[in-house]
Design a protein around this ligand. Structure first.
Ligand code: JHZ
Ligand code: SAH
Ligand code: ZN
Length: 406
């Protein structure tokens, strides 16, 4: 167990314990449940630099490998978001004579495929070989390695300096923060930028989105903690922008000190975090109380519906569904199955809670009375697609920010 901050060695104070949990993307076949891996899912905050982080850690090779289940291109919303991201980088940063961009955690190429189509020099660094293959099939150049100081030095000597290092929903997964930042430092051109967008501690606590806490999310960034981490490694935080992905994230831009004029947004968000006491024990204590409340309300609702003979199925098997079902003790007795559009999750069980994952067609065959929306961050896309369910009298159950039926 970590008692010291991975960034600054300060003391960690625990603020939430979600119990014994498996790995969020460790979907398994019904015959593979013996000897399933579990660890204690608990998060703490550094009393010095305010970086929130997991206390126990799952080795990275157990999280990312040739059977990694998450495919970033799985939703129309994400495809659009990352295409826009790529176009924006092409317009604003990749404008020199022979620009070069490196993406850490490119997954199935959801972002870099647009860069590749534009004919711009790029490299994805992606240790999960199955999703890396999907990226290659889209014309993306990929190095199947974990990004760290050593990998970065190799890229620099083979390809030269990068104008942009990009990461999305990946930088908070990397426990070796110092090695990562030394690697970015070695790789980045003098005027280059390190841009990354990640789940925001402010959203998680404000919306009681505790299901964002799982093994892969080692860090829970805030503007305060990212700025401290950047400065420690010789970078300046020059921009921070709220984005709607995954229910509310922040896109951070780091540059070398003095290379860019910092935006007002950085100071504004820092002031906002101070005013709301984002890192204070009292704020985090209230978050923990609300998490417990959601568990109580959700389990009570599901038991009541079962007693009334209603059928409830789950919609979406995101990593988040592992946290919520294991924390709340929701098994197939309360939710007989979940449906998910990812082929590699179908025919498998949600880790730990063992809810069977079926293809989306199972949802309407026949429609249940209630659908528990685990993929709540895709609510608009899913509810539009499944309009007939609601029109036929079906109801959605949401549990973020509180338990309710819509
Ligand atoms: P979604 C992922 O989290 C994984 P997850 C990862 N660990 C991470 O860090 C983040 O992203 C932030 C399905 N679905 O995007 C597809 C449908 O079935 O919320 C996905 O399995 N029908 C890297 O796993 C799941 O829902 C649909 O119509 O929490 C959504 O997963 C749609 C739109 C989605 O990510
Ligand atoms: N960028 C995509 C995918 C995020 S999933 C999106 O935003 O949706 C996180 C990805 O990071 C996984 O594909 C995982 O294999 C990869 N990853 C984890 N640790 C890494 C590391 N040290 N270096 C590079 N990629 C890593
Ligand atoms: Zn610290």
């Amino acid at each position: 167990m970590y008692r010291r901050c991975r960034v600054c060695e300060g003391e960690l104070r625990e603020f939430v314990d979600l119990g014994r949990q498996p790995t969020a993307n460790g979907f398994l076949r019904p015959e593979e449940t013996d000897g399933e891996y579990f660890f204690r899912l608990a998060a703490g905050i550094c009393t010095d630099c305010a970086m929130a982080q997991l206390l126990d850690e799952v080795p990275q090779e157990r999280r990312y490998h040739g059977g990694y289940r998450y495919h970033a291109s799985g939703s129309a919303g994400h495809r659009k978001h990352f295409e826009e991201n790529a176009l924006r980088l092409l317009e604003t940063e990749l404008t020199g004579p022979d620009p070069f961009i490196v993406e850490i955690g490119c997954n199935d190429g959801v972002m870099l495929s647009t860069i590749a189509r534009a004919g711009v020099r790029h490299l994805g660094v992606e240790p999960s070989t199955n999703v890396a293959e999907l990226a290659r099939a889209r014309g993306v150049d990929v190095l199947t390695e974990f990004f760290d100081e050593r990998t970065a030095a190799g890229i620099r000597s083979r390809h030269g300096a990068a104008d942009v290092v990009f990461g999305a929903n990946t930088i908070c997964h990397i426990a070796h923060a110092a090695s990562l930042l030394r690697g970015v430092d070695a790789l980045l051109a003098p005027g280059g930028v390190f841009v990354f967008e990640e789940p925001y501690l402010g959203t998680i606590t404000e919306r009681t989105a505790f299901d964002q806490i799982y093994d892969e999310h080692v860090f829970y960034f805030s503007v305060t903690s990212v700025r401290a981490m950047a400065e420690r490694h010789g970078f300046e935080l020059v921009d921070a922008e709220r984005i709607p992905l995954h229910g509310g994230e922040i896109r951070y831009t780091l540059a070398r000190p003095g290379a860019r004029v910092p935006s007002h947004a950085v100071q504004e968000l820092l002031a906002e975090e101070r005013e709301r006491g984002l890192s204070d024990p009292a704020t985090l204590g209230r978050f923990r109380d609300r998490v417990e409340r959601v568990r109580k309300d959700l389990v009570t609702l599901l038991r009541d519906l079962r007693a009334q003979g209603k059928r409830v199925v789950g919609y979406g098997a995101p990593g988040k569904s592992t946290t919520v079902t294991n924390y709340c003790g929701i098994g197939p007795d309360l939710v007989p199955f979940v449906c998910d559009s990812t082929p590699s999750k179908q025919g498998h069980l949600v880790p730990g809670s063992h809810l069977p994952v079926l293809p989306p067609e199972a949802f309407s065959d026949p429609y249940p009375d209630y659908a528990l929306l685990f993929a709540w961050n895709h609510a608009d896309e899913i509810m539009a697609k499944e309009r007939a369910f609601r029109q036929g009298g079906g109801r959605w159950i949401l549990y973020v920010p509180e338990v309710r039926i819509v």
